[in-house]
Design a protein around this ligand. Structure first.
Ligand code: AMP
Length: 214
């Protein structure tokens, strides 16, 4: 199964992608994680990306596209989390998939009102293994420690109110046009993300099980 999770920052797409990965055994590709890794390693794409990420802006398409092309080329199934984020990226993804004779099964849009997004991401705690927690809504069992791997949790540099406003604005300007793009292709599904994690996942799982049966 090949799917895209489309959602504003702080809507929980990373958390949902992790759950889908565990249940359906599909590779989870997060461009945000890949970029943060590149920044940490100080690679050329990482150095290019950092200044945009710090401001809550999108990294130039060519940087992200090179990364994603490499990641998906040998994969049969995948969940894309955070890609595509512009119409240009969506069209290039179509081309890459066409060249490999693959097609997208579905695009799941997770909707969350703006005021909830800031609250959610400001309290977010991340782990390098991919797990994501929240200080209030989804705390780890032991404070500051990942339940899954035991590593110390950290706060992402761009998870602060000021950068969040900029990320939400960027999402509306650059990423929202994708909703129409995938709706027109007939593969868009929308889920209400303003509910607890299990409930959102339950809805997503229903959509995916239906696709698996077809
Ligand atoms: P995320 O972890 O998905 O919230 O992404 C964190 C940051 O990485 C974003 O605010 C962007 O600066 C950058 N980023 C992630 N994915 C993309 C993408 N597909 N296109 C451009 N920039 C991206």
């Amino acid at each position: 199964m090949r799917l895209i999770l489309l959602a504003p920052p702080g809507a929980g797409k990373g958390t949902q992608a992790e759950l889908i990965e565990q249940k359906f055994r599909i590779a989870h590709i997060s461009t945000g994680d890949l970029l943060r890794e590149a920044v940490k390693k100080g690679t050329v794409p990482g150095l290019k990306a950092k200044k945009y990420m710090d401001k809550g802006e999108l990294v130039p398409d060519e940087v992200v596209i090179d990364i994603i092309r490499d990641e998906i080329k040998d994969l049969y199934d995948f969940i894309l989390d955070g890609f595509p984020r512009t119409l240009e990226q969506a069209k290039i993804l179509d081309k890459i998939l066409e060249e490999e004779e693959k097609r997208l099964d579905t695009v799941i849009e997770i909707q969350v009102p703006d005021e909830r997004l800031v609250k959610r991401s400001v309290g977010r705690l991340s782990c390098k293994c991919g797990e994501v927690y929240h200080e209030i809504y989804n705390p780890p069992a032991a404070e500051g420690i990942c339940d899954r791997c035991g590593e110390k949790l950290y706060k992402r540099e761009d998870d602060n109110a000021e950068t969040m406003y900029s990320r939400i604005k960027t999402y509306k300007m650059k990423t929202l046009p994708l909703i129409k793009y995938y709706f027109t292709k007939g593969i868009l599904k929308t889920v209400n993300g303003d509910q607890d994690i299990e409930r959102v996942y339950w809805k997503i799982e229903k959509i995916l099980n239906r696709i698996k049966k077809d």
